[in-house]
Design a protein around this ligand. Structure first.
Ligand code: FDA
Length: 394
């Protein structure tokens, strides 16, 4: 005999736990089924172990989706202030890192503990280490699930199974399969917030500079991000590169401005006038990390005393500094990506409740949906907001 619940949530991550506690508080009998042995694994590893749990400046403009309007309703009805109020109610100390990013002073374990306490107070049952064998819509409404812990039925089924990033953390892609099973369109997925790889000569020129970091502006497909770039063994990373990676695909133009706060041509002309005997690499070392400036002068420019550069040559060096001629070959992929772009098509979901427009009682929340945030706490804010929206009606 199947045990009956009002709501079954698939996935005990950020969105699933928020949805479960919200629905439980309304008096719904809620079960969360999690196939990993532990709940909230991505929360635990997030923000370097301190969970960047929201961003106070989150607006719909910080999210990518084929339908940029879709996220507006949920984000407006559950705001960063709402989540901060919960964090404060639980006595969790936090701080702002930069640009509105809020992180725990202590550990991301506190956020998982808070969500589990909220679920417990709302009477939610959580089954971790429980794989799902089969999910079916029942004649007459509702859903039947066969799991490793036996059969369950539910009036509402909420899919909160996340995306494909970091498969070792439980990412499975099963949410997309379920969506297709119920007739939903799944838009093509790809890795987002992910390091870019270099190959051939670009890789060879930079490999031994791994660890060097500098502030740049990265631009692709109309979006620019000013922040640090980090050179890695395989390519480029750091916040500016991770951000732009969500807008870039192989073959797209990528502009990396190495001196975004400076008029490089004016600077170089002024240096030529004031210290004509100084070499270009010495001059550039004042604006860029020394080893990086030296490498630019070995591999990209010719290194000479400033007096030996004529005007067109200085203009060319300046142009290359503002638009570094380097081509990324690809990304590191889901193995290291923070998020998955694409997913369940929002045109078939209600923007106020996250409910399927095709199957009554079915909901999709969090990363499995085609809504992806920037780096900096936006993705968790989407998980809380979409989880809350579904939890209020499921
Ligand atoms: P999430 O992936 O959290 O949860 C899905 C759950 O479903 C998982 O527990 C999974 O095991 C389970 N599941 C999957 N298939 C299942 C099945 N068939 N049956 C049962 N269970 C199943 N964001 C941010 O805002 N601030 C940050 O600091 C970071 N930092 C960060 C670091 C790293 C390393 C990564 C990889 C990601 C981040 N992110 C982040 C992104 C953030 O973690 C992500 O957007 C949210 O966790 C998405 O929440 P969901 O609940 O949708 O999925």
């Amino acid at each position: 005999m199947a045990e009956a619940f009002d709501v079954v949530v698939i996935g005990a991550g950020a969105a699933g736990l928020m949805c479960a506690s919200t629905a439980g508080r309304r008096g719904r009998r809620v079960l969360v089924v999690e196939h990993a042995n532990k709940v909230g694994k991505k929360i635990l590893m997030s923000g370097g172990g301190r969970c960047n749990f929201t961003n106070t400046g989150a607006t719909p403009a910080n999210f990518l989706s084929a339908n940029p309007h879709y996220c507006k309703s949920a984000l407006a009805r559950y705001t960063p202030a709402d989540f901060i109020a919960m964090v404060e109610r639980h006595g969790i100390a936090y701080h702002e890192k930069e640009l509105g990013q809020l992180l725990c002073d202590g550990s991301s374990k506190q956020i998982v503990r808070m969500l589990l306490d909220e679920c417990e107070a709302a009477g939610v049952r959580i089954e971790a280490g429980c794989s799902i064998e089969d999910v079916r819509a029942q004649d007459g409404g509702g859903f039947a699930l066969r799991t490793a812990r036996g059969p369950f039925t539910a009036a509402s089924l909420v899919v909160a199974s996340g995306g494909l990033s970091i498969p070792s953390m439980g990412a499975s892609g099963s949410g997309y399969q379920l969506a297709r099973q119920f007739g939903h369109t799944v838009l093509p997925t790809r890795a987002g917030l992910v390091p870019l790889t270099l190959s051939g000569v670009h890789s060879e020129r930079l490999q031994d500079l791994s660890g060097v970091s500098l502030p740049i502006e990265a631009t692709s497909n109309g979006q620019s991000f000013r922040n640090f770039m980090l050179i890695t063994h395989r390519g480029l990373s750091g916040p500016s590169i991770l951000q732009v990676s969500s807008y870039w695909q192989p073959g797209d133009a990528l502009r990396l401005d190495l001196l975004p706060s400076l008029d490089a041509e004016a600077f170089l002309r002024e240096q030529r006038a004031s210290r004509p005997a100084a070499e270009l690499k010495t001059v550039l070392s004042e604006q860029l990390p020394k080893r990086f400036a030296q490498r630019l002068c070995e591999a990209w420019f010719s290194n000479r005393p400033m007096r030996q550069y004529n005007d067109p040559e200085l203009r060319d060096v300046a142009a290359q500094l503002h638009h570094w001629p380097i081509t990324a070959s690809g990304t590191e992929g889901y193995r290291t990506a923070e998020v998955t772009l694409g997913g369940v098509d929002t045109r078939e979901l209600s923007s106020s409740s996250m409910a399927s427009r095709l199957v009554p009682g079915l909901y999709f929340i969090g990363e499995v949906v085609d809504v992806t945030g920037w780096l900096g706490g936006y993705n968790f804010q989407w998980a809380w907001a979409s989880g809350h929206a579904a939890g209020e009606v499921a």
